[in-house]
Design a protein around this ligand. Structure first.
Ligand code: NAD
Ligand code: UGA
Length: 438
């Protein structure tokens, strides 16, 4: 079996590395964080991803999966090395490639045998060529036999293992067809379409895919805002649209907008790349503007319901950027909390998995043990993330606990009729019809 190395043990590197081990390959995962690696060696996960812990433990026990901080040790005898480090936003919205550069340099410094360098990080078009140049320059005196393949990753946090095992497609881009074919072989067992393109096209497919999904969400949020004014219900509008196969049901859930470690930085990076090359990414700008404004809806709605928000107690349910993850990067909840604090509101918050991460960044927020403690004494409750455990809350209890029964359902999770009939002032996103109680 092939020896695979994954550089970076975050959501992408750890999940894909572990999944490849599960398929029978010998995999080494490397990270510069000694803390991360020593915990992984003990079977302690650095992230919450459903199903991952058991898979890591099983494959480590079976001897197929190991962890290290040493490039020398990891790359010894490796045929494939995957780059899966972060590419966060830089100052102007461009992708910050410092981690990718550092990895390319480390590979150049320790590898001597032929190797295929596969880039899984989301990077601007042209980065594959840039990585190849870095390696070539660093090895000027002692050329290395290597090829670069772009292999963008499409997994979602919260369902990452299933997304890896049953992908809609695998995209590979390279100037070296033979290298791309070798990487394709690693995926054959997944029985999905495999598209082989040139390097730049593969890199663009990733940005275009994320930007399109973000556009779909911003589109439905814009329609939701119109629904609200026109007395229509966005949930049914989305349902009615989605039956059209050309539109589809996915990514039409209106809410507080998209967040996470990828959409925000990737749409920004694509727009930045476009401007840099002389085009005008007007649609991308609008997609970002709509998303920004979506968070502010909470403030406008609560002001309408409560008047001045100074000293009002607001309970926030859900902090992670979406359910089933502990990731709070660019989470709508964080922005909403920040905006509410600017208005002088007092914040209480709870999340099923993101509390350790939240504790590190949230200042002057009372972090609660559960949804009921969050509701205690609150003038309003805001649902920011649609975790399963929020679906069937005991609203009678919540009604008793709150100081004022105001609910802002930022994910359209609950039934407006039911809550209004219980006496709550319910506000959703784009649910314009003022329903009545029977
Ligand atoms: P992450 O921030 O969770 O993890 C990155 C890891 O890389 C960290 O553990 C860090 O310590 C390590 N690292 C940084 N520099 C290193 C170096 N020089 N050598 C070794 N390790 C190093 O990142 P992530 O969310 O897994 O994302 C990685 C890339 O994949 C990004 O480009 C992202 O856009 C892309 N991506 C992410 C997702 C997702 O769901 N998170 C999905 C698809 C694509
Ligand atoms: C997204 C893409 O779906 C993945 O294909 C991609 O690999 C990944 O980005 C990446 O490049 O990192 P992820 O960020 O994990 O995955 O989460 P999504 O499920 O796409 O949700 C993104 C955001 O959009 C969340 O804040 C979510 O709440 C929001 N969203 C999603 C909506 O508001 N409405 C929807 O209908 C769908």
């Amino acid at each position: 079996m092939s020896k695979l190395v994954f550089i970076g043990t975050g959501y992408v590197g750890l999940v894909t590395g572990t999944c490849f081990a599960d398929l029978g390959n010998t995999v080494t995962c490397l990270d510069i964080s000694p803390e991360r690696i020593s915990k992984l060696k003990e079977g302690i996960m650095p992230i919450y991803e459903p199903g991952l812990e058991q898979m890591v433990i099983n494959n480590s026990k079976a001897g197929r999966l190991s962890f290290t901080t040493s490039y020398q040790e990891a790359l010894d005898g490796a045929e494939f090395v995957f780059i899966a480090v972060g590419t966060p936003s830089g100052v102007d919205g461009e992708a910050d490639l410092q981690y990718v550069r550092a990895v390319a340099e480390s590979i150049a410094d320790v590898v001597n045998d032929p190797i295929i360098v596969i880039n899984k990080s989301t990077v601007p078009v042209g980065t594959g060529d840039w990585v190849a140049d870095i390696i070539k320059k660093r090895r000027a005196g002692k050329p290395l036999d290597f090829s670069v393949v772009s292999n963008p990753e499409f997994l979602r946090e919260g369902s990452a293992i299933a997304d890896f095992m049953q992908p809609d497609r695998v995209v590979l881009g390279s100037t070296d067809r033979e290298a791309a074919n070798k990487v394709a072989k690693l995926y054959l067992t997944l029985r999905c379409p495999i598209l082989i393109t040139d390097l730049r096209t593969a890199e663009m497919i990733k940005y275009a895919s994320n930007a399109f999904l973000a556009t779909k969400v911003s589109f439905i949020n814009e329609i939701a805002n119109i629904c609200e004014e026109m007395g229509a219900d966005i949930r049914e509008v989305a349902l009615g649209m989605g039956y059209d196969k050309r539109i589809g049901h996915h990514f039409l859930d209106a809410g507080l907008g998209w967040g996470g470690s990828c959409f925000p930085k990737d749409v920004k990076a694509l727009a930045h790349m476009a401007v840099l090359h002389g085009t005008h990414p007007q649609l991308l700008q609008a997609v970002m503007d709509i998303n920004r404004n979506q968070r502010r809806k909470v403030i406008f709605t609560l002001r309408r319901a409560l008047g001045n928000l100074n000293d009002k107690v607001i309970g926030i349910l859900g902090i992670s950027f979406k359910p089933n993850t502990d990731d709070i990067r660019e989470a709508p909840a964080l922005e909403v909390i920040h905006l509410l604090q600017n208005e002088g509101a007092i914040i209480r918050a709870y999340d099923p998995q993101a509390m350790p991460n939240a504790r590190e960044v949230l200042k002057q927020v009372t972090l609660c043990e559960n949804p009921y403690e969050t509701a205690e004494g609150a003038d309003a409750l805001v649902l920011a993330t649609e975790w399963n455990e929020f679906k069937q809350l005991d609203f009678e209890r919540i009604y008793q606990l709150m100081r004022q029964p105001v609910i802002m359902d930022g994910r359209n999770l609950w039934e407006p009729d039911r809550l209004r009939c219980m006496g709550f002032k319910y506000f959703g996103i784009g649910r314009g019809i003022n329903n009545h109680c029977d």
